[in-house]
Design a protein around this ligand. Structure first.
Ligand SMILES: *Cc1c(COP(=O)(O)O)cnc(C)c1O
Length: 355
């Protein structure tokens, strides 16, 4: 006899790891192509020497560094084992009944429906608009007395689209103050819309919490550090449900060193944004629809042909990320990697099949 597992978990698809291939270019996971900076690598090595000691469960030093960097108080900052852990913890602090509802756009970050279900709450997905953006009016209309949490992914993974501050504020004005709104800004460092900064928006709105991460522009995806900025009451609750010691010593040290070098890391985003424009322009010229992106990837809304496109791209040595029935997300990599993808995508035999 095997142990009895929660039957509802059967509806969560078992994790399927992304394909890898030693010779393929990997443009599938929105990672940074650079390894850690020398200063971060040194901090990583030094922290590893102390692996016999537990990490600081309060993440004191990193929270203080983030508070100073962001111009907020330490009481406004929580750190998690990647911001995806914070997504789950946000469901845990707001939802305590299966009838509690979590509203998010769809398609958006794949973790939202999973963390909602794991947290025993109910997902309320709201379709994107025809131009691949959040339908903020429909999301506000979807709020009921059962709504506990709303995820707004800005810029949106996987479509890359973003809302400027005025549109976000108009939406937030329609959300009752007892409903917590998460502005997931995993790609904030690639966003170039003026004055669109969730932390500024949240300063006057205690029901807004902002998520950011060291996984994308800061290049530490393998070490798992993300953070939340919000009202001290929300932060205190997050610390209560935090899995003890889940932000490890090496991750804390690397994040502090990377934050100290933020200028150098953020300069790289300018290079990426030039490449983003180059890739999008080339795809548009080849006849594809490509929504404007404010993230480190572009979206090809290929609908039913998405899986087939990704297969063909893999066969050409470039791994991209298909979302069945919706589209294909292509991470912006190094120039030579992007050229390899464009060589495949804009070749006449590809455009004949997929445009
Ligand atoms: C990548 C990503 C995250 C977070 O990743 P972590 O590695 O867990 O910090 C969060 N939200 C979105 C939308 C993402 O794309």
């Amino acid at each position: 006899m095997t142990a009895r597992i929660r039957p509802d978990l059967a509806t969560i698809p078992a994790y399927v790891p992304g394909r890898t291939h030693p010779d393929a270019v990997k443009l599938a996971s929105n990672e940074t192509t650079f390894g850690p900076l020398p200063s971060a690598a040194k901090a990583i090595a030094a922290a590893a020497e102390q692996a016999n000691r537990y990490p600081d469960n309060q993440v004191t030093e990193l929270r203080a560094a983030l508070a100073e960097f962001l111009g907020v108080s330490v009481a406004n900052v929580a750190v998690g084992c990647g911001s995806v852990a914070l997504c789950q913890e946000l469901v845990q602090i707001t939802c305590d009944a299966t009838t509690d509802e979590v509203v998010f756009a769809w398609r958006s970050f794949e973790a939202y429906p999973i963390v909602t279900q794991v947290g025993n709450a109910t997902s309320v997905p709201v379709p994107l608009t025809a131009d691949h953006r959040h339908d903020l009016d429909a999301m506000a209309d979807a709020i009921t007395e059962r709504t506990k949490l709303i995820f707004v992914c800005n810029p949106n993974n996987p479509t890359g689209t973003a809302h400027p501050r005025a549109e976000l504020e108009r939406f937030l004005d329609r959300v009752p103050p007892h409903v917590l709104v998460v502005l997931d800004e995993a790609y904030f460092e690639y966003l170039r819309l003026p004055e669109t900064d969730g932390i500024e928006i949240g300063r006057t709105r205690p029901n807004v919490v902002v998520l950011r991460t060291f996984s994308k522009a800061y290049g530490l995806a393998g070490l798992r550090v993300g953070y939340a900025v919000g009202d001290p009451e929300v932060i205190t609750a997050l610390l209560k449900v935090h899995i003890p010691f889940s932000v490890n010593r090496v991750a804390q040290a690397a994040a502090i060193a990377s934050l100290e070098a933020h200028g150098e890391l953020l300069d790289r985003t300018d290079v990426l944004i030039t490449q983003r424009a180059r890739v999008r322009d080339a795809l548009l010229a080849a006849g594809y629809e490509v929504p404007p992106s404010e993230a480190n990837f572009v979206w090809l809304p290929l609908g039913a042909r998405s899986l087939e496109f990704a297969e063909a791209s893999a066969a050409a040595g470039v791994l991209v990320r298909p979302f069945a029935g919706d589209g294909v997300r292509v991470t912006i990599g190094d120039p030579h990697e992007n050229e390899r993808f464009l060589a495949f995508a804009t070749a006449p035999e590809t455009t004949l099949r997929f445009r």
